[in-house]
Design a protein around this ligand. Structure first.
Ligand code: 13P
Length: 343
């Protein structure tokens, strides 16, 4: 394990307001997204879609890393270049999703445990050879009046720590994603209570398993009202609650947090990140983004599966990434939305 390399990689991923593009939807998930636009999902159409993002001119100014999934890291671009190399040519670090998805948790009818630890050491070795320098593992926590169970929190925290230890052993920076879902009618206070318990359990497990905090990143949810909650918290309330929780539970040794968007629309995801970064008070880590839907949705709509739209898809992506980069520096203003992307 090379501690300096891990720390350098983790810091590079959150430097200068840069953030991560999560382009690691599994084939069934991306197919669902394509279906909504009546785009056929084939290995070729998925490759074209991903390549549109990765080859956007100048995108390395705003994007430090891209999370790939297994199909994409084994694909070559239309120019016959390995996808990881396409990213490296843009100065972007390739990353890889290594969990095998959230499966029903035995003993609980509504909760999930993320699987994928068996054989992970060998898969990490292969991914490293293919160019991956960081990885992602996502745990999902469902919120209701009665959930999550203590058991669900603990088994997921333990799996996240086991994954992180294996990554660091293989010189791969682990991104640790314990996602408290926005689905449901819970209040922002309930989100704060549950996220606090989850982060407490996750950092206990990381400590027990001797994770090198300087060489990891956390991918948390923001503290936000449930999607169906009648009272939606303001941007300022989200920023204050998110910082309160992170200050209580995330050690300053962790170089950065890269938030997930979790179903927020792109403008909310940008606005919240900006408000978090503009808030007063101690922020001993970089606070940036690792968005999937919030970075991709507008580009997917613009592309719509047609080669002649690739350029406007790239413009949409460039614009969003530029706004999110500004938000990660606390410099976003709404007027930026009216600028057109010059690429
Ligand atoms: P969203 O930003 O769409 O939530 O995706 C981020 C991600 O990587 C979820 O695992």
């Amino acid at each position: 394990m090379k501690l300096i390399n891990l720390a350098d990689t983790a810091q590079a991923l959150v430097s200068n307001g840069k953030g991560i593009l999560a382009a690691d939807e599994t084939v069934p998930t991306l197919t669902k997204r394509f279906d909504a636009h009546k785009i056929e999902s084939t290995p070729d159409s998925r490759r074209t879609y991903r390549e549109m993002f990765f080859t956007t001119p100048g995108i390395g100014e705003f994007i430090s890393g891209v999370i790939l999934q297994d199909e994409t890291i084994h694909q070559k671009s239309s120019q016959r270049v390995a996808m990881a190399d396409v990213l490296s040519q843009q100065g972007i670090l390739p990353g890889i999703k290594v969990d095998n998805g959230a499966k029903p948790l035995a003993g609980s009818s509504e909760e999930k445990i993320t699987e994928g630890l068996d054989g992970l050491r060998e898969r990490l070795k292969e991914y490293y050879k293919l160019g991956a320098r960081f990885a992602k593992w996502r745990a999902v926590i469902t919120v209701s009046d009665l959930l999550p169970s203590i058991n669900c929190i603990h088994v997921n925290a333990n799996a996240l720590a086991r994954y992180a230890a294996l990554c660091q052993e293989q010189d791969i920076v682990p991104i640790i994603e314990p996602e408290v879902l926005m689905d449901g009618s819970h209040t922002i206070e309930r989100c704060e209570e549950i996220t606090s318990a989850v982060l407490h359990a996750v950092f206990n497990a990381l400590f027990d398993q001797k994770i090198y905090f300087e060489g990891m990143l956390l991918k948390p949810n923001m503290i936000i009202s449930g999607k169906e909650c009648l009272k939606q918290a303001s941007i300022e309330e989200v920023a204050a609650a998110t910082l309160r929780v992170l200050r209580r539970f995330v050690p300053p040794a962790v170089p950065g947090m890269v938030f997930l968007s979790g179903g927020q629309d792109h403008l909310s995801a940008t606005g919240h990140l900006n408000a978090i970064n503009q808030s007063e008070g101690p922020k001993p880590w970089k606070l940036s983004f690792s968005y999937g839907r919030a970075l991709q949705d507008e580009a997917l709509k613009a592309w719509n599966g047609k080669d002649e739209n690739l350029k406007i898809g790239q413009q949409a992506f460039f614009h969003r990434a530029k706004c999110d980069n500004a938000a990660a520096l606390g410099r976003y203003v709404k007027a930026m939305e009216n600028e057109s992307a010059k690429i």
